[in-house]
Design a protein around this ligand. Structure first.
Ligand SMILES: *Cc1c(COP(=O)(O)O)cnc(C)c1O
Length: 369
């Protein structure tokens, strides 16, 4: 038996007829930028997340970047970011001419540790950018409280957390804005690149619409130096079909995750812990092991594909070599890069595959010691 890390085509095949007729209808409508499919998806995703506004953009990085700009972040500002995240979170900050200021995660949940934020604030701090990493909501209330006390904006990176809840409420409107990616491998994935921002602030939504459309509200009248970043109507058509299945898919991911966690109890292998206020959607299922690379090789031999999220933390990437960071500066992020392994998880992973992964993990752990 050979288990891929994720079969991205499986979600498409499950809804193939509905997706194909929606995309075909969109093509035949003769409307190729904006229009009804985009507006309908924005309305439906705003409703799903319980927020006042959703603005579609071209991808998740643009969602982060444009949302920071709409919140007023610009050159010279500092933005608090997790030391352990996908590099897009940091790139969005530098694309605004602002400076990413890394803060280490809480060990266990791997999300931004609110207790470490205040020590990183300076007179130039403008915003806090928590990431709901691996599909688990960050501990938002203390972060929002710090932001209120210091007059900072909060942008959430929810690229891995569609449908996740914090204190019973779906992500989407806790902070000033929330950025989403619909990259094909995400819990809600398009058939290519797509993204969105949700917010309860109509002024932020309005700024985003203008920024993503050449800085223009009225054709050929440009009030800002904007960007071209719009949600493609074909992607919107496919996303509308998939959104209706998202809760079922997330529920299946939770079943798989809970089965893994129960099966790994007592093994010298540490699954992520879940914060009491969080209902994760298990975009990834990570485990920590001191001999991670050996474990990954043993699993590969047993036909189980795994991935590492992420092998190099942003501060050690060549992309940030000019920023003056050094190895050892963010030890938790570096340990996670060395010790975390992501096991196969997805809504179409069946029980037989799950049991195969569990058996393979048990014997791999025993063999690597
Ligand atoms: C996927 C991802 C992004 C970027 O999304 P794209 O649509 O690929 O640009 C940003 N942040 C996190 C945490 C992600 O996982």
């Amino acid at each position: 038996m050979s288990i891929p890390f994720l079969d991205v085509g499986a979600a498409y095949r499950e809804l193939q007829d509905d997706i194909e007729s929606a995309v075909l209808a969109s093509m035949r409508s003769g409307w190729y930028i904006g229009g009804e499919e985009v507006t309908a998806f924005e309305r439906e995703f705003a409703t799903y997340t319980g927020t006042g506004h959703c603005v579609g953009v071209a991808n998740g990085l643009d969602a982060l970047h444009l949302a920071l700009r709409a919140l007023g972040v610009g050159p010279g500002d500092e933005v608090i970011v997790p030391s352990n995240t996908y590099i897009a979170t940091w790139l969005a900050v530098t694309q605004c001419g602002a400076v990413p200021v890394p803060v280490e995660p809480a060990e266990g949940t791997y999300n931004l540790d609110p207790a470490r934020i205040e020590a990183a604030l300076t007179p130039w701090t403008r915003a806090i950018l928590p990431v709901h990493l691996y599909g688990q909501p960050a501990d938002l209330d203390p972060i929002l409280d710090i932001a209120r006390r210091h007059n900072l904006k909060v942008l959430e990176d929810a690229a891995q957390a569609h449908g996740a809840r914090y204190k019973g409420r779906r992500l989407g409107g806790h902070g000033d804005a929330v950025a989403w990616s619909f990259y094909p491998g995400k819990n809600l994935g398009a058939l290519g690149d797509a993204g969105a921002v949700t917010t309860n602030d109509p002024a932020v939504a309005d700024k985003l619409r203008v920024l993503g459309n050449y800085g223009s509200r009225v054709k050929y009248v440009n009030e800002a130096q904007g960007f071209n970043s719009r949600l493609d109507p074909l992607q919107a058509a496919a996303l509308r079909v998939k959104l209706r299945r998202l809760d079922d898919w997330n529920a299946r991911r939770a079943v798989v995750a809970n089965r893994y966690t129960a099966a790994f109890a007592g093994l010298p292998l540490t699954p992520a812990s879940v914060h009491r206020s969080a209902e994760p959607v298990w975009h990834l299922y990570v485990v920590r092991h001191p001999r991670r690379d050996a474990l990954q090789n043993a699993l590969k031999e047993a036909g189980v594909s795994t991935l590492i999220h992420y092998p190099i933390p942003p501060h050690l990437q060549a992309a940030y070599s000019d920023a003056g960071f050094r190895p050892g500066q963010f030890p938790l992020a570096e340990t996670m890069a060395a010790e975390l392994l992501s096991l196969p998880i997805g809504p179409q992973l069946d029980d037989a595959a799950v049991e195969h992964v569990i058996a393979a993990v048990k014997s791999a752990v025993a063999s690597v010691g």
